[in-house]
Design a binder for this molecule. Sequence first.
Ligand code: SF4
Ligand code: SF4
Length: 404
Amino acid sequence: MKSDVYFLSARTFSKRESMARIKGPIGLQKIGFEDKIRKDDKVVIKTHFGALENTRYLRPSYIRFLCDYVKRLGGHPSVAESCGWGIPGAKGEYGGRANEKEYLEVALRHGFTPNTMGAPLLMLDGSEGLNYIIQKIKGEYFEEIRVAGRLQEFNHMILASHFKGHSGAGFGGAIKNLGIGCVSKGGKTEAHTSKTFAFNFEKCEPDCNRCVEICPTGALARTQNKQLIFQEDKCRYCYMCSSVCKENGAIEIGTVSRAQFIYQMVDNAKGVIDFYNNENISYINYAIDITWKCDCCGGSDVPFVNDIGILTSKDPVALDQACVDLTHDSFMNRNSILNEIQGLIPSEKYKWFSYIPRFEEGEINLNKEGIKDHHWEIQLQAAEKIGLGNRDYNLIPIEIEQEE
Ligand code: SF4
Ligand code: SF4
């Protein structure tokens, strides 16, 4: 059976069709959000605040108007993200989001504060990314998932996702917001690596103590005779020790192919849904500012298609599939990176996600040769196969009534 996906176009002629104030709430209403909310329910709106210097993340007003909507229904909104992988103070492309303190500093610079949201801001996996609950699953690669622990404080989650490209996953939408955004700091690391966490202390550099100093739980420690030990029962799997250990093989976390990363991300998403129950999640995708770079990259490129609109569904797979299809049915922006690809069929509409730049061997390949891949489709296939939802959908356009 097909899943329903509601579509509110980005085209707007007046305030009555405001994308932020009107269309977002109407999209949620269409999927039954108002029937689920009871007075004094706690509602968490999970979004992405954008990496520092990214300029294509969701504008704060989209989220503020969702907070106001939740309040009108008698609920208590909070706005949430989760800690990024790695260590505090990292300066690279993905740095600056390793714990609540530094991520809320980025959020402030990007316009997300308790004042602008009219709601508290928090990290779903706690201030250091160590708060998680283990959910058992039968995944393609994983048997247990580190679901962000603070999710259990809320009656309902609005998963407010910016739909855009992603150089690892092909695209990023609702599935990725579940599988990366709603797991702990360590859950993110595990999706990107081979979950083969191993210590080879015989390879340690002399006098090095970096991992002991960064470990937040004391799981890595020195004995009285200065021997380095790992105490598994104290470990909260944040993997910060591996981030500070130089590449000498003393701490291994392994690497995976892009396809395996996608399967593991989808396994994570399955764990989140099994833990939280799909009935308690309302999915809203903002298919606007669709760049090849995701929100977790510092720096943004121009969108490769025009803004599409807001889509909502009870089914994250149908929702992402609809956004992919609408993107592929859009005219390519000639000012975007896709126009630089040589050898690409010069069609005005195409399966654009097959040609966006991608990660290869740890580097971004701008893919100017136009080498085709189907990682966007692997994500959708894997999500459907594991039971996250349905790739078949009914697209239901919603028109906003104009005043006489
Ligand atoms: S950071 Fe790496 S090299 Fe240094 S003590 Fe820890 S395991 Fe050994
Ligand atoms: S030993 Fe465990 S808790 Fe300590 S830094 Fe490494 S992964 Fe984190």
